[in-house]
Each structure stands twice: as structure tokens, then as C-alpha cells.
Ligand binder design. Sequence first.
Ligand code: C5P
Length: 212
Amino acid sequence: MTLRVLITSGPTREPLDPVRYLTNASSGAMGFALAAEARRRGAKVTVVCGPVSLPAPKGVRVIPVVTALQMHRETLRRSRGADIVIGAAAVSDWRPAGFSSKKLKRSPSSVSLTLVPNPDIIKDAAARRVPGQVFVGFALETHRAAAYARQKLVRKGLDLVVANGPATLASGSIRATLVSRDGLKRLANAPKPRVARAILDEASRLLERRTA
Ligand code: C5P
């Protein structure tokens, strides 16, 4: 049977008014590297993707979204139909509490923003898992990455967490550690397509065990 892989990728953009938004520096490169590798292996691949400037890999279905709430809806709508679900998106942790349909006026005084938390997409998808599925998340940390990744594995109900450092965001390569319930696998610093292969090897191994 054809393997079905669902990937979230890129940043999200949280609007404040028609011309301003909160976002982050994610390029979407890791999500697209995973999508290209899954496609190369013959999988049916869907990427729920925030605003990115990179071209999507060929043969992959892209569902474009802007905000975390849209990404949440489009991912949860599809997650139960996938064998492997990978949360590679850098989802904004918060969004402005309100949206002003008129451009906010400049003022000489300081301005405070109220931010409200966004839902955790990969956690909510994993909570709705059907038997046999494998869920993969990322943990970008400035220190103690493997330890935090292990906590995320448990807290979010994931099967595999890819721990990495902030250098990943601006770079074509990534130094990653794969954390599963079986333990740690430290990978050498390598281009994202190469790391995508290692992640999919590990996810496929976990999937085989789940479905055996
Ligand atoms: O908690 P943290 O943001 O470090 O977790 C990172 C992992 O969780 C990534 O896989 C990311 O795509 C996913 N995530 C998510 N929804 C959020 C926050 C993170 O799916 N709101």
C-alpha cells in the first residue's frame, strides 16, 4: 500500500492589522526536504505550508495556509488519513488577541500588545491518533536540546523528536539528534536532504514496528 505522509512546514503569520504581523525566521526548507524524500520513496505527500518563498518539491500536494489556526484546521482535517505525520512547521506560539481591520495609527506613546497562545498542532493531531500512526516533531533549543526533546516526546505524545539548534533556521544544514523511546541517535552536521533521509528511515522503522 502507498505510504501517506503529512507534513507541516514553514512559519505561520499572525496578523495584527492589514499590513502588520508576527512571524519567525523559518524558511520551510526542512519540511520541503522531508516532502521531497518521502515522495522519492513513493509516498503520497501532503504539506500544510505557511508563507515561504522556496518552491515546493514536485509531485507533492501543498495546502497553503497563513495563520496557526488555519494550519491547525487543515492539519487536523487530514492527520487521521496519514501513516506518518511530521510537524516541521515553526508555529507561532502566540497570536495577537485582536485583529484591527483598519491599519493601526502611529502614536508617540508606547503600545502594548496582548498575545494569546496558539493551539499545539502536532500535539492535538497526536491526541487524535488512529492505531499504527507515527508522529514526528522537532525541538529547536538553544541548550540541552536532547533533554527537552525527550520531554516533548512524552508531553506531546510523539514517537520521534528531532532535536536541533537555532543555527538550523538560517542554514542549509542541520546537526540533529533523533530522540525516540528507544533512546538517542546523534547525527553528524549534514545538509537538510541528508537529514531528511535519516528522519524518514527512523520514522519508517517505527511505523513497521507499529503495524507489524
Ligand atoms: O514546543 P515547541 O514549539 O518547541 O515544539 C516544536 C514541535 O511542535 C515542532 O514539531 C512544531 O512543528 C510543533 N508545534 C506545533 N504547534 C505549535 C507549536 C509547535 O505543531 N503550536
